[in-house]
Design a protein around this ligand. Structure first.
Ligand SMILES: [Zn+2]
Length: 119
């Protein structure tokens, strides 16, 4: 049996300091650098990733607002058998936007987006 994929991570590079309105969550300042977003999609993982990679869409999730920024791009996608929150907790980085991508998170992660510094 193949292990089941449960979650994915988007490695994002923001090439310029940006102020971004993240839907109803608020306006945040994101310094240039690397970010890791952890999300889950059990059944439609590839479709979801494909959606993240496309620039033209109606924003729906918090991450959509960040990826809409001209200077933001996904540099790498990783898939994992570890659950979204566990994976997120194992990922080191700084929380800049509390509540980002974690409105349905039961594990009090704080944020499913981590800032990994100016790389
Ligand atoms: Zn979580």
């Amino acid at each position: 049996m193949f292990p089941r994929l449960q979650s994915y991570q988007l490695f994002i590079k923001l090439s310029r300091d940006s102020e971004v309105q993240i839907g109803k969550l608020g306006l945040f300042r994101f310094p240039r650098g690397g970010y890791i977003y952890t999300g889950s999609a059990k059944a439609h993982m590839e479709k979801r990733i494909e959606r993240h990679l496309s620039k033209h869409k109606k924003p729906r999730w918090h991450i959509d607002y960040l990826l809409e920024v001209k200077d933001a791009r996904i540099t790498q996608v990783a898939r994992s058998e570890i659950s979204e929150c566990k994976l997120n907790k194992k990922t080191s980085g700084e929380t800049l936007a509390n509540g980002f991508g974690s409105s349905d998170c039961l594990n009090k992660c704080g944020s499913h987006l981590k800032f990994t510094g100016d790389t």
